[in-house]
Design a protein. Structure first.
Length: 235
């Protein structure tokens, strides 16, 4: 079978086409979905892409979390569908209470764009099982509201239950507590992170590597992992 992965476009989405392209390169069928719809078109997985939905008014992701299609996203999450929130999509997931905590303005109060080193802390999710635990990868990062926060008790719970999926390595670019770059829900089907794996999925367009400029494709494994999980579940 060919896994059909939906990418939801919101007003202000910037990286929806990039996410569709990454899904296609990974061997899946990208399906364009619209924020105002209540139809997920029978997809097998979902990506909430990066951008500045509704201009980040109120809080980043807060208005998008109330979009009509988010009712279906919540139902799909409860049923175990693989769902990935990238940057603004991560902000939507926390605002919709599909993931805990919150995301606030970067500690230095400035927008940042860099190729960011991450450590894979949890490779037992729908989006990370093709990575090795402890593996370090490089993924582009670009955000203004990327500081992950939660109460000390919630942070302890995330750490204790293995729900921290990615951690910043080398430098903490936005002041995220405990260097957290991405987290998962308890079931492992919903993952959110601030860096952009869709921008490290195609040779010639990713981060620089020792082999060649713009050759980094560490982000591709996010999408091949989800596609493999969908195919295995259907078998």
């Amino acid at each position: 079978m060919t896994a059909r992965i939906g990418v939801i476009t919101f007003p202000g989405s910037l990286d929806d086409r990039d996410a569709q392209r990454a899904i296609e390169i990974a061997g899946g069928e990208p399906v364009a979905l619209w924020h105002g719809s209540h139809d997920l078109d029978g997809v097998d997985g979902l990506v909430l892409p990066g951008g500045f939905s509704y201009g980040d008014y109120l809080r980043a992701g807060a208005i998008a979390a109330l979009a009509p299609i988010m009712s279906e996203v919540k139902d799909a999450a409860a049923q175990g569908m693989p769902i990935l929130g990238i940057c603004n999509g991560f902000q939507m997931l926390v605002e919709a209470h599909l993931l805990p905590g919150g995301l606030i303005r970067n500690a230095h109060q400035q927008f940042i764009r860099r190729d960011q080193r991450l450590r894979v802390e949890n490779n037992d999710t729908a989006w990370t099982h093709e990575f090795a635990s402890g593996q370090e990868i490089v993924i582009p990062l670009k955000n203004a509201d990327g500081g992950y926060i939660a109460s000390e008790s919630e942070l302890d719970r995330l750490e204790g239950e293995g729900l921290v999926v990615f951690r910043y390595v080398g430098v903490n670019p936005n002041g995220s507590l405990r260097d957290i770059a991405g987290i998962a829900n308890e079931r492992g089907n919903v993952v959110g992170l601030m860096p952009h794996p869709e921008h490290a999925a195609e040779p010639g367009f990713g981060p620089d590597t020792a082999a060649a400029m713009r050759s980094g494709v560490d982000g591709l494994s996010f999408f091949t992992s989800a596609i493999a999980a969908v195919v295995a579940q259907a078998a």
